[in-house]
Design a protein around this ligand. Structure first.
Ligand code: ZN
Length: 315
């Protein structure tokens, strides 16, 4: 076992530290504002830059620091700039991370992008050879492709036979749905035979797997193979998705898988939406406080009747 903490653990700790830092920032700025507001009085406006008391009727130029207080601003206990918004924005960005992590799985499941499917259909082959087998002989028609909710057409349809022959000897068929061209391969050796997929090809698969395609059971197997390959090639799939962990050889199943990149992209989009939603009230509050501050400040400056600086004069 490694002594190093896992990446997830480190990120969790980092998240808590960042949340704590934001809270400390918010509390710290609140305490600082309380302290400065105690130092400020309502009757004695001070230069916002240096804190010098500006009396009514004085010059608008602060005698201490030379700032024009009409631009630099004045502060009283009542007229103060709003608290900083940055720690609130940072806190919103942090708190929406676990919310997004919680919401992402259902959203990812529901959204249509980035899906892959695998569809499988079992065809029972006639068990006529009277041998003891490890499993009944079957052919599996399978296909894979992209999509989930829209039109899904597989790239290729595969037929693999499992008849318990020596490894690699069971015939395999590959069908291209665009034009129904097919390749039939006998085991791993030799060149595949190519042609168009017909009932005769389906019969040849059954024959190559070691069964007579012209008995009743053989005819049924050929017909099933023919129909299932055509169905799957046309995008006619089982309607209900099966969980991937069920017994692998149910008759007919479709499984969907979301690509990892798509899952991450969904997570990012969910977070961005939650973050901008939480940003709206913060920015609205900030704008309100700022507007109120500007209004109070200009009323204060107007009420003081400050003299404009005399050009060239000494103040
Ligand atoms: Zn000043």
């Amino acid at each position: 076992m490694s002594m190093l903490p896992s990446l997830a653990r480190v990120m969790q700790w980092g998240w808590w530290l960042a949340v704590a830092a934001c809270c400390a920032w918010i509390i710290g700025s609140w305490v600082r504002r309380r302290m400065t507001s105690r130092a400020l009085s309502e009757d004695e406006p001070r230069c916002a830059r240096c804190g010098y008391i500006i009396v009514p009727g004085a010059s608008s130029i602060c005698p201490e620091c030379g700032t024009d207080v009409r631009r630099g601003g004045l502060l009283t206990a009542f007229v103060r700039p709003p608290p900083p918004v940055t720690p609130w924005v940072a806190l919103a960005a942090l708190l929406t991370v676990p919310a997004a992590a919680w919401l992402t799985p259902p959203v990812a499941e529901w959204q249509p992008f980035g899906w892959e499917f695998t569809v499988e259909q079992v065809v029972n082959l006639p068990d006529v050879r009277g041998q003891v087998r490890w499993a009944p002989p079957i052919a599996i028609v399978s296909a894979a492709g992209n999509g989930r909710y829209g039109r899904r057409v597989p790239r290729e349809v595969h037929v693999n036979t499992y008849v318990g022959a020596a490894f690699g000897d069971d015939p395999r068929l590959l069908v291209y749905p665009q034009d129904m061209r097919c390749l039939l391969r006998y085991g791993n050796s030799g060149d595949p035979q190519s042609g168009t997929f017909t009932r005769d090809v389906a019969a040849e698969v059954v024959r190559a797997a070691g069964f007579d395609p012209y008995t009743d059971a053989g005819r049924r197997a050929v017909e099933q193979l023919w129909q299932h390959v055509n169905r799957i090639a046309a995008g006619d799939f089982p309607p209900t998705p099966e969980a991937a962990w069920v017994v692998p050889l149910v008759d007919r199943r479709i499984t969907y898988r979301l690509r990892d990149g798509a899952r991450r992209a969904v997570g990012g989009v969910v977070w961005a939406v939650l973050f901008s939603l939480s940003l709206a009230p913060i920015l609205w509050w900030r704008r309100r406080r700022k507007r109120r501050f500007v209004m109070r400040q200009s009323a204060l400056i107007d009420g003081l009747g400050l003299r404009s600086p005399v050009p060239g004069g000494g103040g």
